[in-house]
Design a protein around this ligand. Structure first.
Ligand SMILES: [Zn+2]
Length: 348
């Protein structure tokens, strides 16, 4: 749906391409001998918290960048086939070979490769590529929302080994969850209570306050980026539309472009925060749940890092991991000032 060309990998996983200049056909046959793609795993529900846990033991054998050898996300070359059969590409999306979701669990995990160049980062990508990535995310969100049982389409990027990225090649992932994850469940409950009490969308109220407050980091005509009042992480930014927009597919092309450029601006600020190398980050796209749009219908993007100083990291320890109780050492208003100043310091 929406892609510019598509094909199948050797194990019959789907791959599709989105181009900066649409209309090309990306060829290339996957010549690898791969065992048939058969995701395992199961869901179990924790009787204490009521939360679903996906048990995906098969992922233990997944590809690590430190394992040496060729990058699985670079274009295939003669004698060095990768996950992407095309000799060149702009944006490629394919099913994760070692998925946490899919098969008996339901849902689906996809890889989204942002560039065929191994050493790029998102803040270095040109405007047109940001548009292409936004178009791919929107198309995949629409397609995955239509899969049976999918409750939440979650687009994200882990950037840097420190925050769990196992590959350096610029890429993100999309998880189409067959259940509503804990954060979305909590936000849904807050949104429902807010709607009943104030007759207004929760995020419309929050963004109106934040857009006029001291924690704004950057903004454009239709979107605002701010450090949330009760940030959990040392540096955390939310980017949200100023009006109710549920998800990427609902944005007109021109507004999606505007959002993607503001998003890139925020990532560049994170990368520039500390001397001695780009700051690793996690970027999470919270789109409206597939089946609760009557209550929670407002997209927001959450970007954060666990780095709190050049040489200090926030480790989710007993309080955060055991009790779910977050303690933040950085004043959100201070974090916002630092992020406002960070822009442009990065060497290109
Ligand atoms: Zn690569």
């Amino acid at each position: 749906m929406g892609h510019d060309s598509a094909g199948l990998l050797a194990d019959e996983r789907e791959i599709a391409y989105w181009d900066d200049v649409p209309g090309r056909t990306r060829g290339g046959r996957d010549v690898r001998k791969l065992p048939k793609f058969a995701p395992g795993g199961e869901t179990r529900r924790d009787p204490l918290t009521g939360q679903v846990v996906v048990i995906a033991a098969g992922r233990q054998r997944r590809t690590l960048s430190s394992a040496g050898g060729d990058c699985p996300l670079c274009p295939s070359r003669p004698g060095a086939p990768s996950e992407v059969p095309a000799a060149e590409y702009d944006v490629a999306v394919f099913e994760n070979r070692f998925p946490a979701l899919g098969g008996p669990v339901g849902g689906r995990c996809e890889m989204v490769v942002f560039s065929s160049e191994h050493d790029r980062s998102v803040p270095e990508l040109p405007d047109v590529r940001m548009e292409t990535i936004g178009r791919a995310w929107a198309d995949r969100t629409a397609a995955l929302s239509g899969l049976p049982g999918v409750e939440q389409v979650f687009v994200f990027e882990n950037r840097g080994e420190r925050v769990g990225a196992t590959l350096v090649h610029p890429h993100g992932q999309i998880y189409a969850y067959p259940y509503l994850p804990p954060v979305q469940t909590a936000v849904l409950a807050s949104a429902r209570a807010h709607l009943e009490r104030h007759g207004e969308c929760l995020l419309c109220s929050v963004t109106a306050v934040e857009a006029a407050g001291p924690r704004v980091v950057a903004s454009s005509g239709n979107f605002v980026a701010y450090v949330p009042e009760a940030a959990r992480w040392p540096f955390e930014v939310h980017i949200a539309p100023l009006s109710c927009v549920p998800d990427l597919p609902s944005l007109p092309d021109e507004e999606r472009r505007e959002l993607m450029l503001l998003y890139r601006d925020v990532l560049a600020r994170f990368e520039a925060l500390f001397p001695g190398g780009p700051t690793p980050y996690m970027a999470c796209w919270h789109q409206a749940p597939v089946r609760h749009r009557d209550v929670l219908n407002h997209l927001y993007v959450q970007v954060f890092t666990t780095r709190r100083a050049a040489d200090k990291w926030k480790y989710p320890a007993s309080s955060e991991s055991g009790a779910g109780a977050f303690l933040n050492d950085v004043l959100p208003e201070h974090a916002a000032a630092r992020l406002r100043e960070a822009y442009g310091k990065r060497e290109r």
